[in-house]
Design a protein around this ligand. Structure first.
Ligand code: KG4
Ligand code: ZN
Length: 345
């Protein structure tokens, strides 16, 4: 333990297309700046090289303005944290190297953060904190993970996707419907105007009880579009019905598995995190599910759903308080290391 004095933590996140810098005083967020690289829209997805360059331009100005907003100078920072993976290597290198440089020059401790762990505990940024043990669903552009979380250091993986991640499915279906990248918000907006009962898209049945699969759903949408419209333009009302029906099938698939896990594991809270947790239908279904199970449901506010440095700084504090300090050799990594999470026997 490091004593009970409040700590000022600097967090840096640069795993994909958001440069984010946050300053926390213990678990109190003083500032959480996020600069999104909207220019990737032109290319239909994130271009790694352009992402690294934009991070390079943004990281220092963001650190400067975060310090200014928090009314702190660099010497008053007690702990430095940055995302080390999973993510795009070039993008990660920018934030990670900047943080390591600060740590070295200021002689302040540094903790390297797995950004998925940042998402997992992002519910702790909210006023109402989750209680252990908790069930967490991480839904982002690259990951779909169902986890049983016993404490800040004991995280068990129950299930994951066998193909596309939930956010990836939103992005791919969005592309094939002509909406573009990122898909989630655009599909959601279109779905709001549509009828979700119009088309029945299939939900995959998997042998492994907690795993997910979304590539069949994506193909079903593609077949539906090819069969009914061929090369013709899809009328807007039909587009809205397709979006709504696709969104319903995906949300149903997620809720089904979480419901099963709630039946089999006694937990004190439920948490929904990651970029796709911004989806209103999914948030509503999770709140209903938790109500039926008489447990609290903690879903971060929208600025903490997508990639953000506040969750990185908070995870840094949790690890530091449990005795973790990294050296400056921490290297970026593209995907979650195998066996990173515990397995339930
Ligand atoms: O966590 P995140 O910001 O980045 C990754 O670590 O991947 O998640 C990004 C994903 C994208 O696939 C995006 O389409 C999805 O989150 N997303 C949404 C919504 N907002 C963002 N998906 C569904 N509904 C939304 N409102
Ligand atoms: Zn993320």
């Amino acid at each position: 333990m490091t004593g009970s004095r409040r700590l000022n933590i600097l967090g840096i996140e640069s795993s994909c297309d958001e440069t984010s810098v946050a300053i926390l005083s213990d678990d109190d967020v003083k500032v959480n700046l996020i600069s999104s690289q909207h220019f990737h829209k032109t290319y239909g997805g994130v271009v790694p090289e352009l992402s690294s360059r934009a991070h390079l331009q943004m990281v220092k100005p963001l650190v400067d303005s975060a310090l200014q907003s928090a009314k702190l100078n660099l010497n008053e920072i007690d702990l430095i944290t940055a995302t080390t993976g999973p993510g795009l290597i070039g993008a990660l290198l920018v934030g990670l190297t900047f943080a390591k440089g600060l740590s070295f020059s200021l002689n302040k401790p540094f903790v390297a953060i797995n950004h998925i762990e940042g998402h997992i505990f992002s519910g702790f940024l909210m006023e109402q904190k989750p209680e252990f043990p908790m069930l967490v669903l991480v839904v982002s552009g690259g990951h779909t993970l169902l986890l049983f979380v016993e404490s800040f250091t004991r995280i068990f993986l129950l299930g994951t996707t066998v193909d596309d991640a939930a956010g990836e499915a939103f992005d791919k279906v969005s592309k094939l419907l002509g909406f573009g990248y990122p898909g989630g918000p655009q599909i959601e907006a279109s779905a709001l105007k549509g009828d979700e009962k119009k088309i029945k898209f299939p939900v995959a049945e998997l042998k492994d009880e907690y795993n997910f699969s979304f590539s069949g759903l994506k193909t079903a949408v593609l077949r539906f579009v090819q069969k009914n419209y061929n090369d013709r333009k899809i009328p807007e009302s039909d587009l809205n019905n397709i979006s709504a029906s696709f969104q319903k099938a995906l949300v149903d698939a997620l809720v089904q598995k979480v419901n099963l896990a709630l039946n089999n594991h006694k937990v004190k809270s439920l948490s929904l995190v990651g970029g796709v947790a911004a989806n209103t239908k999914l948030r509503n279904e999770f709140n209903n599910l938790a109500k039926r199970n008489k447990i609290p449901c903690i879903i971060p506010s929208l600025s903490y759903c997508g990639d953000n440095a506040a969750m990185i700084a908070l995870r840094g504090l949790q690890l530091y308080r449990s005795g973790v300090i990294d050296n400056l050799r921490a290297k970026p990594y593209p995907s979650i290391p195998e066996n990173h999470f515990l397995r339930m026997s």
